[in-house]
Design a protein around this ligand. Structure first.
Ligand code: SAM
Length: 243
């Protein structure tokens, strides 16, 4: 609402998202590999390649979950740099922290439980913020984008990796079939949790398309905004700068 309160519908979404990620946390990585047939690794690699990140810089991996991007950034920024893995969900954070420790990633990574809509960081702090497959779960996306803009340094950039709208009809048809028929069944089979994967399909369908998200970024102040379609637009990477 205009007064900053959430409506009943919005409260319900917050609860549902919390339930979904508490429920999938333990099996999240396996499911990611199975459901995307390993392709999420390529999308994440592309994100790193577009990040322009360098040794010694400060990164916020927002909605970072089990920390795939954090692990890669931690290696690039080195011990002079700093990576914050922030997520609203403590089950996801716990899985992320223990995975990264097992990988020997320590020293330059901090774990913070935070809501993307109200980031608990100072103004003009990070060189890069990434949010991978996270924005569609956030209730007030405009508020989150404004909050991200605030914590970025001038010259800093935001990368949003997210499901988007397929650009070819046949891909779109196959993808709808996959999302609403195969995906919940695989979710049931592997994680015994068809509801969470039903939510995944619905949240993807509701998410703004490439042009709308670009416009939303521009509305909060991002400049030089562009997007790259990946896998025929099933996923898009948006990039914008704070000048
Ligand atoms: N970034 C990771 C990746 O690409 O594998 C995890 C993505 S996972 C699909 C989405 C994550 O967004 C979950 O860990 C969830 O807890 C987090 N999330 C949902 N709403 C959030 C919010 N309002 N603020 C911060 N994180 C949120």
């Amino acid at each position: 609402t205009h007064f900053g309160f959430k409506t009943v519908e919005e409260e319900k979404k917050v609860e549902l998202v919390a339930e979904v990620f508490h429920s999938v946390a333990a099996k999240y990585d396996v499911m990611n590999d199975v459901l995307s047939m390993g392709i999420h690794r390529i999308w994440k690699r592309f994100t790193i390649d577009c990040s322009g990140i360098r040794h010694g810089q400060k990164v916020l991996d927002l909605a970072g979950g089990t920390g795939d991007l954090t692990a890669k950034f931690s290696r690039i920024v080195g011990q002079e740099g700093h990576v914050v893995l922030a997520d609203i969900n403590d089950s996801m954070l716990k899985v992320g922290r223990s995975k990264l420790r097992d990988l020997g990633i320590e020293g330059n990574v901090e774990y913070v439980q935070a809501n993307a809509e109200e980031l608990p960081f100072p103004d003009n702090h990070f060189d890069l913020v990434t949010i991978a497959f996270g924005l569609r779960n956030v209730t007030d996306k405009d508020k989150a984008l404004a909050s991200i803009y605030r914590v970025l340094k001038p010259g800093g950039r935001l990368l949003v990796l997210e499901f988007s709208k397929p650009i070819y009809k046949p891909v779109s048809k196959f993808y709808d079939f996959y999302s609403f028929n195969i995906l919940p069944k695989l979710g049931k089979l592997i994680a015994n949790d068809s509801e969470s994967y039903q939510y995944l399909a619905e949240s993807i369908r509701m998410h703004p398309n490439q042009e709308s998200l670009k416009e939303m970024m521009e509305n909060v102040g991002f400049e030089g905004t562009e997007f790259f379609n990946l896998s025929a637009g099933i996923v898009a990477l948006h990039r914008g700068y704070k000048y």
